[in-house]
Design a protein around this ligand. Sequence first.
Ligand SMILES: [Fe+2]
Length: 264
Amino acid sequence: MQKLDDGVVRVIQLSDCHLGADDRFTLAGINTSQSFRRVLARLENQLPACDLVAVTGDVAADGERAAYELFERAMPEGTPFAWLPGNHDNFSLMQGVMRQPFRRLVALNGWVLIFLVSAVPGRVGGQLADGELAELAQLLENCRDRHVALFVHHPPAEINCHWLDQQRIANHRALAELLAGFDQVRALFSGHVHQGNATRWAGIPVYSAPSTCFQFAPGSDEFDLCEQPPGYRWIHLRADGAIDTGVEFVGGDAQQVDRHCIGY
Ligand SMILES: [Fe+2]
């Protein structure tokens, strides 16, 4: 499928790959390299028509250089992508290993996609640094006439999983107050929660993406995995500011998640 000249910005969101140092690494019974490659294989025909792959963090399971190199080898050459770090990543190491540095902003056909850093070294939960919020405010001020989509690792909203809700962006109220001063932000897309949730928060739709390895059980109070296969979110950003989005799962693999796993 080649690029279509219909004014729609096509984004594929890949999240929470949790890659290890080599192709044999497994987490919760899942070979994360294998599951990531399966998702990419499913996308093979779509990637040429895709304007951007948005990689929303936890590329690595443990922030290792070899995991980022593995990501780079797996990602098809010529695929435009932008990334942001998750709590399992090593942001400064990524800057040196990924084929391109962290990009704060990607402008595409009337849309501005803004990438935020919510990962704090040594912490599982999310937080937006003061400088991060200040930069976001400045960027939004500079593009009041564009449609904006925000991308960040941790969700700002609750998703009805008690244990994950405690890890949402701690200063989500500050973010909501900031966004109240602007009317061009159309949606926010997060990772971290390993499930394709959709909700409303601060007056905008907030979506999360499934992981490219294992999924957490929706509606769970405590850590729990479910047997959904690896997946991704597709996002169509229309010229009038409307958004079509959904999640897809890539089944048919013999890999079985280890539901007795008690952490990751
Ligand atoms: Fe995470």
